[in-house]
Design a protein around this ligand. Structure first.
Ligand code: ZN
Length: 285
């Protein structure tokens, strides 16, 4: 299934994209896509509801805004430098263990919402990433069992303010957590839609120019390794998001001068099987 949420910010309703591309309102299935939904039998109930009701469910007009593809989770855990070439362009060694950092959940927005360049920012940058959505509580999970804890995957742009991430001391979280820095979606693809998450081409363009173009095959630590690893340090709750790192081509890596976003820039990105998104950069109020 392909899960969407649609409507005005903070008032989104659950929906689905059908195989024929039609977007339907799934409110009548009974639940938003939140922790309780993923942790219970929400996906099974939704599938049963869709089987019986999809053809008669109300269509969502193509002009209706898409929200983030799941309700606000308890956490976004990000993986740093998980593509070997990206580590190289950042001038950092290939990590021996996954590098983890948090991103605030208040940074989550819809896939095509504006990117607001934060006040005082001069180094706002892009990062196309595959996000893992946790389906079942994960605590001390083995790599062999890890995939049973995954509900699905989504497209994510891990926007980053490089000066705040790298030049202001302390943890990366300062440069990762601004409002609008986590567009999620267009949809959450359940695991049956993505038989192998480690072969997906992913790309990102700025103003029509391709800046990132790689495949999830280049990830240093794969999906089961990441779920298992992170679950040794914290309990992953249903609906939690793991963002799996970005390939080369971020603005910070350009030589001789890095490229950062300015108002009016258009960022488009996609992952095969996970759809595409588009953000227009705007100045902060
Ligand atoms: Zn990232």
């Amino acid at each position: 299934m392909k899960l969407i949420r649609f409507g005005n910010p903070d008032h989104e309703k659950p929906g689905l994209i059908l195989d024929d591309g039609r977007r339907i309102d799934a409110s009548a299935s009974g639940s938003d896509y939140d922790e309780r939904f993923f942790g219970g039998d929400g996906l099974m109930r939704l599938a049963a509801w869709a089987k019986a009701n999809a053809s008669s469910a109300p269509t969502v007009n193509p002009g209706v805004r898409l929200g983030p593809c799941l309700a606000r989770p308890s956490k976004i855990v990000c993986v740093g430098l998980n593509y070997s070439d990206h580590a190289k362009e950042s001038g950092m060694p290939i990590p021996a263990e996954p590098i983890l950092f948090f991103k605030s959940t208040s940074s989550i927005v819809g896939p095509n919402d504006d990117l607001i360049i934060p006040r005082g920012s001069h180094k706002t940058d892009w990062e196309v990433e595959m996000a893992i959505i946790i389906g079942r509580k994960a605590q001390y999970v083995s790599e062999a069992d890890a995939m049973q804890h995954v509900a699905g995957y989504a497209l994510h742009n891990d926007y980053s303010e490089r000066a705040w991430q790298l030049e202001r001391g302390g943890q990366w979280v300062k440069g990762k957590s601004c409002d609008t820095f986590a567009p999620l979606g267009p949809f959450l693809a359940t695991t049956d839609e993505i038989p192998d998450p480690h072969v997906l081409p992913l790309w990102l363009k700025v103003n029509g120019i391709t800046r990132q173009n790689s495949t999830t095959a280049q990830m240093i630590f794969n999906v089961p390794q990441l779920v298992s690893y992170i679950s040794q340090f914290m309990t992953l709750l249903p609906g939690d998001v793991i963002s799996t790192g970005t390939p080369p081509g971020v603005g910070l890596g350009f030589k001789p001068d890095p490229i950062f976003l300015k108002p009016g820039d258009v960022v488009e990105l996609g992952i095969a099987g996970l759809g595409e998104s588009r953000q227009v950069a705007k100045a902060s109020d």
